[in-house]
Ligand binder design. Structure first.
Ligand code: TDO
Length: 148
């Protein structure tokens, strides 16, 4: 699995008399340094844009659904307004992880109240602090289009 690519890493599930086991065999976690969860109490909250030159992030929706957008940054001091956002809808029911590699901004909003994301990062908090870029949420996406 190419860890430099913006992509969904798909898994699968196995159900038998004991219940259901969901697995993502292609998700190589050897570089993971930390994890955290993010809960959005309402679908009106937009968390955008946070960007990283060096840090990759891996998102698994564990409750409800999220709309996540990713933008490859061309210029870290003054990114073009014309950059294209790639969007993904993550649903807790789906066994998949969204890989957002270094060099991207990410932004997201919940599509259900109290939706929750599990996030893995390949950088410790200290090094991540020096790699934290933030851009205005109104760039690249009209989040209001997705307010349901
Ligand atoms: C992410 C994270 C935050 N924190 C603390 C730092 C800070 O005081 C508080 C809020 O952190 P932030 O303001 O960075 O949260 P936020 O602005 O949501 O940014 C986070 O969202 C994800 C999607 C990212 O891409 C990262 O930039 C990450 O920092 O939580 C940790 O202690 N450990 C962690 O792993």
């Amino acid at each position: 699995m190419d860890n430099k690519k913006l992509q969904l890493i798909k898994g699968n599930e196995h159900t038998d008399h004991r219940g259901t086991l969901c697995f993502i065999n292609d998700f190589n976690m050897s570089s993971i340094k930390r994890m955290y969860t993010i809960t959005h109490p309402s679908t009106s909250i937009v968390r955008a844009w946070q960007a990283h030159k060096m840090e990759s992030k891996y998102f698994k929706c564990i409750k409800g659904r999220f709309l996540i957008a990713a933008v490859a940054i061309d210029n870290w001091e003054n990114p073009s307004k014309k950059l294209q956002a790639k969007t993904f809808m993550l649903d807790a029911k789906n066994t998949e992880v969204l890989q957002i590699p270094a060099g991207y901004a990410n932004g997201f909003k919940a599509l259900d109240a109290d939706a929750q994301l599990l996030v893995f990062s390949d950088k410790g908090l200290e090094s991540a602090k020096n790699d934290q870029f933030r851009f205005d949420e109104n760039l690249w996406m009209n989040w209001k289009e997705y307010i349901n």
